[in-house]
Design a binder for this molecule. Sequence first.
Ligand code: SAM
Length: 331
Amino acid sequence: MTKDEILDALTRVDASALFEEARRVRQTTKGQGVFLRGLIELSSVCERDCLYCGMRRSNPKTFRYSLSDDEILTSAKLAQQYHFGTVVLQAGECVGLWTQTRVAELVRRIKGETGQKVTLSLGERTEADYAAWRAAGADRYLLRFETTDRNLFTRIHPGNYTSDEHPRLACLHILKALGYEVGSGMMLGLPGQTLASVVNDLVTIQDLQLDMVGLGPYLADPQTPLGQSKESCEVPVSVDFTCRCYAMVRLLLPQANIPSTTALSTLDAQQGRLRGLSSGANVFMPNLTPVKYRSGYRIYPDKICVSAPEMDEMQALLNDFTALGLTPVEA
Ligand code: SAM
């Protein structure tokens, strides 16, 4: 597909043909299954100061917590009990907390005690860290490139970068070479982001032949510098536009696993995640972080699932899936 064709599909008035085609391809490659992954938010402590994220280091209002290894194992066992098959360990970036040795040991314990697949999402780390965790048995790594617009990325994601290469694309190449199943993607609607750059993001996703694609709307947080920005953006922050991107990814990478993200449900609590699953997405990640900590992982305001008891949440999910004719599968 050319860039002009992608842009046309993202912006034309009637997207019904795009959604229809994405559902057809999804049915062929993934069937009617929804892959469930248990999301465990390990910690809200972060050394980075990303301008868009509520967990940024210099936000004094964030409630900082960090799970113990035993708490993480308890959540991982819950995922096993629900037959999710995979746990996703995600955290703010903090090398001192998530040392190479500690994470490797956690991966070994989760795999040994629950037999599940392990996805890590711990940010930008050294090749040695990624290699040690892969050697310990980690299966997958999630690291969004956030935007392929290098200037915009550098502006909103400060770091000690010396190379001209996009730092997160550099990490993704390393992760792929180490044999991880790799996931990445972007935020949609960042101040200063252009539609042309979103088209580039989609082409990059295809070029990287990603195994998983995590993308979602950018939700402005007034406690962050970007959340206070008055800069305009060509890219809509909407359920419809996000779903168009899911559908496009399904056409560009028919085999990819595409989560319908929490941010989408935050935009539309009733229909968000279901519209994602009807537009080509095939993964949902229920939150298994212990309820008492969830308010700390506040990357944007009004994040859903901050207090719902796990069992109620699971039952509501299963009802929703059944209504769409989807069946949860272990993967
Ligand atoms: N530290 C890891 C990393 O940076 O990849 C994982 C945690 S980070 C909070 C997870 C993702 O949250 C980011 O990749 C970013 O896309 C998303 N995120 C952060 N702030 C957001 C916001 N205001 N709106 C939507 N998504 C946001």
